[in-house]
Design a protein around this ligand. Structure first.
Ligand SMILES: [Zn+2]
Length: 410
């Protein structure tokens, strides 16, 4: 039986890319624990496109306990670039919509309070909703009211019963992570004040296809979103996209501003992005054929690069133990014979093994200690930040390497 579309329930029959069976991208393993390696769980990672509503999606939903059970929490505050992006977002929204001090800001998947802290400092009422307990506790420690919950229509109704109505709702980089996307959006329709604004940021499907960003695919990332689909999604819940702003984050994202139908004047940004998508023919099955071929090419380039580095007796390490890197390494079937180690600033990932590839993760100090000849930047979207931070590798002739959209040694 073919799987069903998460949104319109039509049978899915159009494959986009099949990345095989891999562990969850954020399930880091303890070091020196053969038992943990033996028990490592793998799940199918297959992306298909629905030819009825054009939602590009993974076919499997991983049980929530498998996702939130791993011993570490993704903490947004570990990326300085990300915290700065959040600050700019807060300033822009306050200025553009002239939010009065009485406005209430509700963020869904508020993490450790990396965004709401900026609104709180400006004196607004804030409420965070975050399913990961550890991140929520960190936000509470900063004085940010946070509910530990998954968001959806039921949660929104419960909040409304308590008298909560949101003037600004924020769900930046969360839409793709929600298995039941229709229920999630009904929650916005329920909780948003009549003239309220909801902001959604998500990596743009057009960029994924254009730049072969196959490593942005992982199990917890259920949906790969186009404006065309997002408009269909909002319309069904009585909402309307009134502006679209392209952003450079995550290799090319969209910020979509949404209100109740007719509540805000539609801005030219929407027509512009619609035109880009029409030109790329995102609603034709042929437009998805090239991604698998380009992925195979990138994987072949990786193996060629590693082989020639080894022949020249050069050492290779990686920077950034993020989900992207894990999809990349597991698709290439890489291991510690390819990359000696990966470094990450998050202490909760250090002294663990990457899922699947079992490459060890150390603190960034390992770079100065081992002086690798090549440092592969796995989160290529942060390449500039990483190259500035790790400029020291030039002292021993080290070079940076990125593989997406194509091999670059720099
Ligand atoms: Zn569908």
């Amino acid at each position: 039986m073919s799987p069903q579309c998460r949104f319109c329930h039509a049978p899915l029959d159009q494959s986009v890319i099949d990345l095989g069976h891999t562990p969850l991208a954020n399930s880091y393993l303890p070091m020196n624990d053969p038992n943990a390696i033996a028990k490592e769980r793998r799940f199918a990672l297959h992306v298909m496109v629905c030819t009825q509503c054009w939602l590009v999606q993974t076919t499997e939903t991983v049980p929530a306990d498998a996702i939130f059970d791993h011993g570490y929490a993704y903490l947004s505050s570990f990326s300085t670039g990300w915290v700065a992006h959040a600050k700019r977002f807060a300033d822009e929204m306050v200025a553009r919509f002239s939010l009065p001090k009485s406005a209430r800001i509700v963020e869904i998947a508020s993490n450790d309070g990396y965004l709401l802290q900026h609104f709180k400092k400006m004196g607004f009422g804030t409420l965070g909703i975050e399913p990961a307990g550890h991140a929520a506790e960190l936000a509470r420690a900063k004085g940010i009211e946070t509910r530990i919950a998954f968001f959806g229509e039921d949660q929104a109704r419960a909040l409304r019963t308590e008298g909560v109505l949101a003037d600004l709702m924020v769900a930046n980089n969360v839409l793709a992570h929600v298995p039941d996307i229709a229920d999630f959006i009904r929650g916005f329709s329920t909780l948003l004040a009549p003239h309220g604004v909801a902001s959604f940021e998500f990596p743009h499907l057009a960029e994924l296809l254009k730049h072969a960003q196959f490593d942005t695919i992982y199990h917890e990332h259920y949906a790969y979103l186009s404006l065309g689909f997002v408009e269909r999604l909002m319309t069904k819940a009585g909402l309307e996209v009134f502006d679209v702003i392209p952003l450079p984050t995550h290799g090319g994202s969209l910020r979509v501003l949404v209100g109740h139908r007719g509540a805000h004047a539609v801005q030219p940004g929407r027509a512009k992005t619609r035109a880009t998508e029409t030109e790329m023919q995102l609603e034709r099955p042929e437009s998805y054929a090239a991604l698998a071929q380009r992925t195979a090419q990138i994987v072949a380039d990786f193996h060629r690069f590693v082989k020639s580095a080894k022949q020249a007796k050069k050492t290779i390490a990686g920077y950034g133990a993020a989900a992207k890197g894990n999809t990349f390494l597991n698709t290439a079937q890489a291991g510690s014979h390819d990359l000696a180690f990966v470094v990450d600033r998050n202490p909760e990932k250090q002294n663990h093994l990457l899922p699947g590839s079992h490459i060890p993760v150390y603190a960034p100090a390992a770079i100065a200690q081992h002086k690798p000849d090549y440092l592969i930047i796995l989160p290529w979207n942060l390449a500039d930040e990483v190259m500035a931070q790790q400029a020291q590798i030039r002292d021993w002739g080290g070079q940076f390497v990125t593989f997406i959209p194509k091999l670059q040694i720099r």
